[in-house]
Ligand binder design. Structure first.
Ligand SMILES: NC(=O)C1=CN([C@@H]2O[C@H](COP(=O)(O)OP(=O)(O)OC[C@H]3O[C@@H](n4cnc5c(N)ncnc54)[C@H](OP(=O)(O)O)[C@@H]3O)[C@@H](O)[C@H]2O)C=CC1
Ligand SMILES: CC(C)(CO)C(=O)C(=O)O
Length: 302
């Protein structure tokens, strides 16, 4: 299969590097990472260590492939979708966190949109070198409930051919909302309190804030027709916080490095969806305002 990975940073490089075992992969990313991959290949260390030599470019315009994987940060999805619209693909699949990415992609590209979520962890350590921090699995489903399942099965087969544990579900929206609840709980709390994920597990003031954010998110999901109970959402938060106890969340890392966060696609999405329905989500609203306020002060909002 010809695979283009749009957004070859941490996750995209890991996934693209792994898929290069079985497929013809092109990474679309930025320099100096792209130049390093062109020069010396991609090195993956951690859960597994290997080297691979996918193609790499900084210009994703007009690419044609069987599959385009989208792994840019959520705030870059619109720009990525506009570039993807200049190419032709058998399917376009988002592996991003947050909500709204698939709708943006579907608005721009002709190809079937496959929704995905991954539990693996990756970090771009140096140009040409990505650290694989947590093995994880991939879960895929058709973005449109009435959507054709054949593209999803093709994408799943591509991941499995590269030895990625991969599930297909007819209920991807519920999975994405559950992940959203986890991210809405852990990410802003750990970023604002500057703590590792484990600090929101168990009891205590940070766990109370995180749990409240997850409960609100589950309520908004249910109002959206998604069967996500408060208990399921809060159990998922507790499980992920415990299993990744020594990790910094992505939002914590973004804030620590003075970078823009994915707050708009995570807690901001919850706030907007609640507002559409006249519901109140005070904890998500405060967390969103605090992170957006930090971004504005740091000159990180456009
Ligand atoms: N890292 C992880 O372990 C996991 C990440 N995710 C999700 O995956 C997504 C990506 O995360 P992550 O990999 O950490 O993010 P990164 O910032 O490491 O990677 C995204 C990369 O895409 C590049 N990029 C953005 N726009 C373009 C473009 N138009 N052309 C070429 N390159 C572009 C960025 O460059 P630049 O920064 O210079 O703009 C960056 O290098 C997020 O939604 C995240 O929440 C989900 C699960 C795990
Ligand atoms: C699940 C979690 C919270 C793991 O750190 C994550 O997805 C993130 O940091 O964005």
């Amino acid at each position: 299969m010809r695979v283009v990975v749009f957004g070859a940073g941490s996750l995209g490089s890991l996934v693209g590097g792994r898929l290069a075992r079985a497929h013809d992969v092109t990474l679309v990313g930025r320099d100096p990472h792209v130049s390093a991959v062109q020069r010396s290949g991609l090195r993956v260390t951690g859960v597994e260590t290997f080297e691979t030599q996918p193609a790499a470019t900084t210009d994703g315009t007009g690419t044609n492939a069987d599959l385009a994987l989208v792994t840019v940060k959520a705030y870059d999805t619109e720009a990525a979708a506009r570039t993807l619209a200049t190419g032709e693909y058998g399917a376009v699949c988002s592996l991003q966190n947050g909500m709204g990415n698939e709708d943006v992609l579907a608005a721009h590209v002709d190809a079937p949109v496959v929704a995905g979520t991954v539990t693996c962890g990756a970090r771009l350590a140096d140009p040409g070198h990505v650290e694989w921090l947590g093995r994880g699995t991939v879960t895929l489903g058709p973005w449109r409930p009435e959507g054709d399942t054949a593209p999803v099965e093709r994408v799943a087969a591509a991941f499995r051919a590269a030895d990625f544990p991969t599930d297909v579900t007819s209920d991807i929206r519920r999975r994405l909302w559950e992940k959203l609840a986890v991210n809405a709980a852990i990410n802003p709390v750990t970023a604002l309190a500057r703590v590792e994920n484990g600090a929101v597990a168990g009891e205590g003031p940070l766990a109370a804030v995180a749990t409240a954010a997850a409960r609100e998110t589950a309520a908004v999901a249910r109002a959206d027709g998604v069967d996500l109970s408060a208990a399921t959402a809060t159990t998922a938060v507790e499980t992920v916080a415990s299993e990744t106890a020594r990790n910094q969340s992505s939002m914590h890392r973004d804030v620590a490095r003075g970078r823009r966060t994915e707050i708009d696609a995570i807690n901001g999405f919850v706030v907007d969806r609640a507002a559409d329905r006249g519901e109140s989500v005070p904890v998500n609203r405060v967390l969103t305002s605090l992170i957006r306020g930090w971004e504005a002060d740091a000159g990180r909002r456009e």
